[in-house]
Design a protein around this ligand. Structure first.
Ligand SMILES: [Ca+2]
Ligand SMILES: [Ca+2]
Ligand SMILES: [Ca+2]
Length: 412
């Protein structure tokens, strides 16, 4: 019945007076498309970033294309999913392997980080590249196997890179480290240690930040028996805000966490936990003081199917999009409201896909692009795929509830 009222009201052309709207469930539009042109061997580990002008940049690693092991390639798409370029080689230093790129676009243009297999002279190194410059080394401490870089950026384009390293750099096995940069790539302060508890392995970091420069790092902590997700908040000057936070109960296996921060400094962490007989994806929201506002909530609307490789991003109006690979191989997506609670039942982005990431443009239609990896679809091993997502517009003045007292205009 309220649907009829809505149609009538819009027909008279005055229903939207005083009404506000938000964006609702994310919906895949169009068909998935292949990103990589060079298909020989494997292409994997994609990362997507949105530009101010409504375009998207996808970066990935490709095996055998740059002459030695893996190299980093990128491709630009417009908001409708049309390619704007061919494949663009990213790394200048091609010896050994370059992999695991993560990218964001700031006022200075794209910033890409990745792991290099040899650059610092002692196995894994963390590299960063800004537009117009060759890549350069991020980590100051050069011994050890540096892995799993991620980055966050503020409104001015200042950014922070996080990674993990062994070599007992934190005193015991692997630890999580970070380096802040100004928007031009100049060092801002020194490399610093993220984890406070150093016993055992601290690994697999992820970081997200907001316009005012605050950021939060999450990682997997493995003290030998059980794994936990930990989080640490930081001020814009890189100082720790509060103690490190234990996000979840101990879990049997690496938790593979990710995090997205809201503009008020609250944040939502996602991770995978083993729940006999399979893995599940969980989320938990924390306020800007680092205090939890939810328990660990299952992200899947149908538990028990399984969940791997969760990723989370904030959309332009403050909701969160979680992507994961379910136990049946499908790439699933579900929206969490700003309060960290799931809204809607979620949807399947692709019947087979993993290691996914989404970015949103700030455009009026809240266009998003999801990128992921598929097996054997590009004709040879792993390939990179993508699909557009839009968030449907809904009205928040009572139409959905049929609450006519809340309507901004009552239909005749
Ligand atoms: Ca391939
Ligand atoms: Ca290479
Ligand atoms: Ca450690």
């Amino acid at each position: 019945m309220y649907k009829a009222g809505k149609v009538v009201a819009i027909g008279f052309g005055f229903a939207l007076i005083g009404a506000s709207s938000v964006h609702g469930e994310p919906v895949p539009v169009g068909e998935p498309f292949q990103v990589n042109i060079y298909t020989t061997s494997w292409q994997d580990a994609p990362s997507v970033a949105a530009t101010d002008s409504g375009n998207f940049l996808i970066f990935w690693e490709s095996r055998g294309q740059d002459g030695e092991f893996e190299g980093i390639y990128g491709r630009r798409y417009d908001s409708s999913g049309m390619p704007q370029t061919g494949e663009m080689p990213v790394n200048s230093f091609t010896a050994s392997s370059q992999g695991g790129p993560k990218a964001l676009v700031g006022p200075q243009g794209p910033v890409v980080v990745w792991r290099d297999g040899a650059f610092d002279g002692d196995s894994g190194s963390i590299m960063v590249k800004l537009v117009g410059d060759d890549e350069f080394l991020v980590n100051t401490h050069t011994t050890g196997n540096h892995m799993f870089p991620d980055l966050a950026m503020d409104a001015q384009g200042d950014f922070v890179v996080v990674w993990d390293n062994d070599d007992d750099q934190d005193g015991d096995g692997r630890g999580v480290f970070a380096q802040r940069f100004d928007s031009a790539g100049g060092l801002a302060g020194s490399e610093f240690q993220v984890n406070t508890t150093t016993t055992g392995f601290q690994e697999l970091p992820a970081v997200d930040g907001i316009g005012d420069g605050r950021f939060v790092v999450v990682w997997n902590a493995d003290a030998g028996s059980d794994d936990r997700v930990m989080a640490q908040r930081f001020a814009s000057d890189g100082s720790k805000q509060g103690a490190e936070i234990t996000v979840n109960a101990p879990s049997y296996d690496r938790n593979d966490p990710d995090v997205a921060m809201a503009t008020d400094g609250s944040f939502v962490v996602v991770w995978k936990s083993y729940v006999d007989p399979t893995y599940e994806i969980y989320s938990r929201r924390f306020d800007s003081n680092g205090d939890p506002t939810t328990t660990g909530l299952p992200v899947a609307s149908t538990p028990g199917v399984g969940g791997y490789q969760p990723s989370i991003r904030r959309d332009p109006d403050g909701d969160f999009l979680v992507l994961w690979n379910d136990g049946a191989g499908a790439l699933r997506m579900r929206r969490l409201s700003a309060d960290g609670v799931a809204a809607g039942a979620g949807t399947t982005v692709a019947p087979g896909g993993f290691d996914a990431e989404i970015a949103f443009t700030d455009s009026a239609d809240y266009a998003g692009l999801v990128t992921w990896v598929e097996v054997d679809t590009d004709g040879d091993s792993l390939g990179i795929f993508a699909r557009r997502v839009v968030e449907s517009q809904i009205f928040v003045d009572g139409f959905e509830l049929g609450n006519t007292s809340a309507w901004s205009v009552v239909t005749p």
